[in-house]
Design a protein around this ligand. Structure first.
Ligand code: 5GP
Ligand code: ZN
Length: 115
């Protein structure tokens, strides 16, 4: 999608602090970190969000999680980490390209939601 910020990051048209990339998946640090470790893992292909996962593209979700597991090991997240994806307005999704937030580096709240 030509006006999608994460498509542009994946294509290298917008700079980002990348941790990893391959033909299917890109991982980069979130510009506004919510924890000492906060990076995003995205498929290169434009999938608008979790609600747009289908039998045709779900292998890319699996690829994202393979990268999350690899980076958890590489970035020494053995103490634990949280994976979040927001879908739609009520969840506060601001970028409409599927992305998995990976948060770590401190004890995360035991409650999944604050309110
Ligand atoms: P959402 O609110 O859609 O779940 O998450 C979007 C995330 O993308 C936010 O955490 C936000 O900080 C991050 N973000 C938005 N624009 C950029 C950008 O240009 N570069 C990077 N690295 N992160 C971004
Ligand atoms: Zn996109």
């Amino acid at each position: 999608m030509s006006d999608c910020i994460f498509c542009k990051i994946a294509a290298g048209e917008i700079p980002s602090n990348k941790l990893y990339e391959d033909e299917n998946v890109v991982a980069f640090h979130d510009i506004s970190p919510q924890a000492p470790v906060h990076f995003l893992v995205i498929p290169r292909a434009h999938i608008p969000g979790a609600a747009a996962v289908t039998p045709e593209n779900s292998h890319l979700v699996a690829k994202c999680f393979e990268v999350i597991a690899m980076l958890a090991e590489r970035e020494n997240l053995a103490g634990g980490f949280r994976v979040i994806t927001n879908n739609g307005a009520d969840a506060g999704q601001t970028v409409h390209h599927l992305h998995f937030h990976v948060l770590a580096g401190r004890k995360l709240g035991e409650k999944l939601l604050r309110d």
